[in-house]
Design a binder for this molecule. Sequence first.
Ligand SMILES: Cc1cc2nc3c(=O)[nH]c(=O)nc-3n(C[C@H](O)[C@H](O)[C@H](O)COP(=O)(O)OP(=O)(O)OC[C@H]3O[C@@H](n4cnc5c(N)ncnc54)[C@H](O)[C@@H]3O)c2cc1C
Length: 429
Amino acid sequence: MHRMPPPDTDAPVTILGAGIVGLCTALSLLERGVPVQIIDRGEPGQETSMGNAGVVSPWSIVPQSLPGIWRKIPGQLFGHGRPISIHPKVVARMIPWGARFLRQGREADVRRVSDAMSQMCGPSIELYRRHLQGTGHDGLLRDSSYVHAFRDGSRANLTDLGYRIRLEKGAEIELVGRDRLAEIEPELSDDFEAAVVIKGQARVRSPGRLGRVLAEKARRLGANFKQADVTGLQRKDGGWAIRSAGESLEAHRLVVCLGAWSPGLLEWTKLNIPLMVERGYHVEFSDPGIEINNSVMDVDAKVVASSMEGGVRVAGQAEFAPIDAPPDGRRKDRLVKIAKAAFRDLQTDRPSFWMGRRPSFPDGLPMLGDVPDHQGLFLNFGHAHYGLMMAPKSGDLIAQLICGEQIACKIDDFSPCRFCRMPAKPDAA
Ligand SMILES: Cc1cc2nc3c(=O)[nH]c(=O)nc-3n(C[C@H](O)[C@H](O)[C@H](O)COP(=O)(O)OP(=O)(O)OC[C@H]3O[C@@H](n4cnc5c(N)ncnc54)[C@H](O)[C@@H]3O)c2cc1C
């Protein structure tokens, strides 16, 4: 059990960042009667939170780093489709990050991280249903399965650690061959020999619209939205001064939910924040000519496809790069090719192309909690591949901390201080 000192005042909480994490944090505070101000330089929910694959799953509880992953990485860096790439400018920062990531692949660590992920992802569907209540947009969240599709059927193996962990924790999983797969997803190419079908999930039909709907609900509950580009934070009179282009704002309590941009505003703290910007891409086909029934992962290409309100979206890839490097346009053709190979009748004319920035820690967990020695400063960022599904629970945990409620989960796994014994901060990219 973790209990914070009781809150000192009823003063508003200022949330920096109106991505899905900031919005869910705001809703959890507003539900508890805490006044909220949200600052973002853009429109709520329209950055990374807009272009993701829409998977909301209580069973996405297996980290990326698994036993033996080091054997697969060269193929993913240099092989067909190059799902992973590293920009030359971040190679130096990748070395300590990658070493820690690979160390996390030991079974004991995978199991510890998986327990932490379960706390975050377990209640995701139920909490989204609660946040969508009263908005008239409950249909944004659809029941779904997660179809992991394999071209080489011998690789679809329920004895793999990731599937074993899910089964041990109660997931309903079916291993299916080509014929059954064709019933579940008739549009999928028959190159796929087998699939692992994880049941009991949900998918968001438009992550961008979800952001707008939740922002509207927060507004109705009294949240004050302010558009400003935040450039710095500073202690002032027991509270915080927030510098932004042209003006200085004040806050009593602050929650930093700036996703991949968060470390840039926290350099003055003594925290070690080894966060890499792991960029991902999507292509979306507005007139696809097909419908996909579930979230479908092409396991070889590391992309997830699903039918969204705007058409068929194919999202994924992992590109470690400086935060402001221009998108790699070659990925558009690569993703279109992957999409066409996976769904034979997909109409691939005039796809839209998008790049977003996952904020990724080497252990795959977000940084969540209060910052020692900086009263009133809370962090909630670093949700990597899982920010859409982890946002409601991590927002709830921050609201519980701020309100001094008892927390019935192991919040130390997400501690802002957990990397303080890692090698010194690498240079910012
Ligand atoms: C290709 C891809 C597919 C994905 N698929 C899934 C999925 O299926 N399921 C899942 O759970 N997750 C998925 N993710 C991950 C998920 O999208 C992210 O983890 C999540 O969106 C992070 O949300 P956030 O609120 O932390 O960040 P963001 O959405 O990036 O929000 C940060 C906000 O901070 C604002 N901001 C930044 N700097 C400043 C500043 N200086 N001043 C003011 N405002 C500022 C930005 O404008 C932005 O609105 C995917 C990611 C990618 C890239």
